[in-house]
Design a protein around this ligand. Structure first.
Ligand SMILES: [Zn+2]
Ligand SMILES: [Zn+2]
Length: 271
């Protein structure tokens, strides 16, 4: 069994003729027994994603604003309280994806920082984990996280999703109890440096994801990704740790439920 901790079932890149329902069915046939579909724009996706999650066992979703969308007026309008309220839905299990992305120039860095702090505060308020997207912004990302931890007496849980940052960020994140999620990137030929980092992440802190429709793992590299392919991420990590693909699936599923604790409330045991 595999859990895809991060995908985008409603993304247009999935293709016009491919519905979220189909992707879920294909995922389940491939042993992906659960998945979290991630929110990027609350004002457009909240109803849609909670609707998909309500309609399917073991499908959950998050709420949040992607760093690329941090300058969108409708997203800026959400307060911490608004995010807290939206997160009360029984199938919303995480907050994000939020963070900083300086690689693309889609949103003002100041807006990204404000939005990131808002999401962190909503996590501290609710106890739900933060789903962090960081690209070319390791230092600023960790500085904001450390700063918000210092400013609150409530704990902060979280995961660095689609990890592609440096070793220092991995180490700092592990020190504060965060999890690290690997995507299809870890299967790419030239990614030895990423596999080296993956080897250093303790087995009880690693998650797997597809980030579908992006970054399809080997042997599907270049194709449209889907949650059914998460087993190939598990396979790569299993090879690194001398485990079977199934053992890695179980381990990462256990980790998923330890971090996204709320998913347990609606988990439906597979026959
Ligand atoms: Zn992301
Ligand atoms: Zn994503």
């Amino acid at each position: 069994m595999y859990i895809d901790s991060h995908c985008h079932l409603n993304h247009p890149m999935n293709g016009e003729d491919v519905s979220p329902d189909q992707l879920i069915t294909q995922a389940k046939e491939a042993g992906t027994v659960g998945l979290q579909t991630i929110c990027c724009r609350m004002h457009q996706e909240y109803e849609l994603l909670t609707g998909i999650a309500e309609a399917h066992d073991n499908v959950w979703c998050s709420v949040g604003t992607h760093p690329h969308d941090a300058s969108v007026e409708a997203e800026k309008a959400y307060s911490v309280d608004d995010i807290v309220k939206l997160s009360q839905h029984p199938k919303v299990i995480g907050i994000g994806e939020s963070g900083l992305d300086y690689y693309y120039d889609y949103a003002d860095p100041q807006d990204q920082k404000k939005s990131f702090r808002k999401h962190i505060q909503a996590c501290q308020e609710t106890g739900l984990p933060l789903i962090v997207h960081a690209r070319d912004a390791d230092r600023d990302c960790m500085d904001i996280i450390h700063d918000e931890i210092k400013n609150s007496d409530k704990p902060l849980y979280g995961v660095l999703h689609c990890f592609s940052s440096g070793e220092a960020m991995a180490r700092e994140a592990l020190e504060i109890g965060f999890y690290i999620s690997f995507s299809g990137m870890v299967t790419f030929k030239k990614m030895d440096w990423l596999r080296d980092i993956a080897l250093q992440v303790p087995g009880d802190r690693v998650l797997i994801e597809t980030d579908a429709p992006f970054l399809a793992p080997h042997p599907y590299r270049g194709k449209t990704n889907q949650p059914a392919y998460v087993e190939f991420v598990a396979l790569e990590l299993a090879k690194l740790h001398n485990l079977t693909r199934e053992e890695m699936g179980h381990k990462t599923a256990d980790n998923f439920f330890r971090l996204f604790l709320k998913a347990k409330d609606t988990w439906v045991q597979q026959k």
